[in-house]
Design a protein around this ligand. Structure first.
Ligand code: KIV
Ligand code: ZN
Length: 423
């Protein structure tokens, strides 16, 4: 039906205008350094968070959620350092911090993010009956009052305020529309809809986004965002449906790291929008054959970013993980290899090169010299390594090559990331 193709035309933000971003694209909000880092075993030092933030900026994310400043002085410092450096580079991303709907959280968050050229405060309160009854011990009226007061306070500090209704997908939709209407009236510029416990389905998510667009007062002037966890393995599918329903910001993490089963994986959403451009273009009011990208992501930076996050967090990527798993572009069976040799499109829907995974027959081993080593690293995107960094990595490469017959690109990336981490 024509309603399936209703097109959302977001109002350009100051960030869009001043960094030349097309407001029609889906904004990529990366929360690797907040929701991702929050998961067991993924803690990073301030130095490591800064290293990831620099790579996320290179990847082209629109927003970096750098941490939860009230959580610890370490996290406050990490968010502040990211705001000061990455938040002031050329065409910087928005630097965001998380805050509960509490005055001290919001104030602390602002004191960490305010150094960025484009700071954002992200404040949240739970709206499901389950959370309000058992966790907050607050009535609906009280939650509405806190939303109004805290969004107003956040907005008095910062022009860019995101409001999340925690556990939105298990909340009563009529109450949710009321809460979001109050948030918009109080000055929220982004309304985030979190599937906090990974409970929803694609059709439910799409219907709820449509519901917001129909019932929230002032919704046409703000960005609708989605946030989701992967408890039932549907986080990415849910986001794609939400985009069809009119969501124009997605909150995701590299390699899908995050609480419990993780968050929606950035690389999967971005590549789905990229590979299925002709399917999604009409939903953005474009012709199916339009070649313009639907996100601002430099897809060729995906592989490098994925390896960096895996090395720094110690979270191993399963070999069959979509897009960034070691086997994602490997063809083993005879029938598949035969097809690929005849025509790549038989079994490949995207090029390994499109995510920055160099395909190169040249095998590096213990006899390889510094020149071959440097040129492979350049192909992998490590062209900015200093001579000292290269020398250190080369020594380590020789040690590993003595023990292994072949050094893969994956080994090389681990070596370089490990050396950079030890700096
Ligand atoms: O999962 C969640 O609800 C969150 C919110 C704080 C956005 O992470
Ligand atoms: Zn979350």
């Amino acid at each position: 039906s024509p309603a399936e193709l209703d097109v959302v035309r977001p109002v350009p933000t100051r960030h869009d205008r001043e960094t030349g971003r097309d407001p029609m694209r889906v904004k990529i909000f990366d929360t690797t350094l907040r929701d991702g880092e929050q998961s067991p075993g993924c803690t990073m030092t301030a130095e490591e968070k800064l290293q990831v933030a620099k790579q996320l900026a290179k990847l082209g994310v629109d927003v970096i959620e750098a941490g939860f400043p009230i959580a610890s002085t370490g996290d406050f410092d990490a968010v502040r350092r990211i705001a000061e450096s990455v938040g002031n580079m050329e065409n910087p991303p928005i630097i965001c911090g998380l805050a509960r709907a509490l005055r001290k959280d919001i104030e602390t968050c602002w004191n960490a993010v305010k150094y960025a050229a484009f700071p954002r405060i992200h404040t949240f309160i739970a709206t499901s009956d389950i959370h309000m009854l058992h966790k907050l011990k607050k009535s609906r009226e009280e939650v509405l009052g806190i939303t109004r007061e805290m969004v107003t306070y956040a907005r008095s500090l910062c022009e860019d305020v995101e409001f999340s209704a925690e556990d939105a997908l298990r909340s009563d939709p009529a109450f949710l529309y009321q809460v979001y209407s109050v948030a918009v009236e109080a000055g929220a510029t982004t309304l985030n809809v979190p599937d906090t416990v990974g409970y929803t389905t694609p059709s439910e998510f799409k219907a709820l986004i449509r519901g917001l667009r129909a019932h929230v007062k002032g919704v046409e002037g703000v960005t609708i965002s989605v946030h989701g966890h992967d408890d039932l393995g549907m986080a990415v599918a849910n986001f794609m449906a939400a985009i069809e329903g009119g969501a124009r910001q997605v909150e995701c993490t590299i390699n899908g790291i995050g609480e419990r089963a993780g968050n929606a994986a950035l690389e999967e959403i971005v590549m789905a929008l990229h590979v299925r451009k002709s399917f999604y273009n009409p939903r953005f009011g474009r012709a199916p054959e339009d070649e313009m990208a639907l996100t601002n992501i430099q897809t060729t930076e995906i592989w490098k970013t994925s390896r960096l996050v895996s090395t720094l967090t110690g979270m191993v990527i399963q070999p069959n993980k979509a897009i960034v798993g070691a086997n994602a572009f490997a063809h083993e069976s005879g029938i598949h290899q035969d097809g690929i040799l005849k025509n790549k499109s038989t079994y490949e829907i995207m090029d390994a090169e499109s995510i920055g995974l160099a395909k190169n027959g040249l095998v590096l081993g213990k006899h390889s010299g510094r020149h071959a080593f440097r040129s492979r690293l350049t192909e992998l995107g490590y062209e900015a390594l200093s001579d000292a960094e290269l020398n250190k990595a080369f020594v380590r490469f020789k040690e590993v090559a003595d023990k292994k017959k072949e050094i893969t690109n994956l080994d090389l990336e681990s070596i370089v990331n490990e050396e950079m981490r030890l700096e």
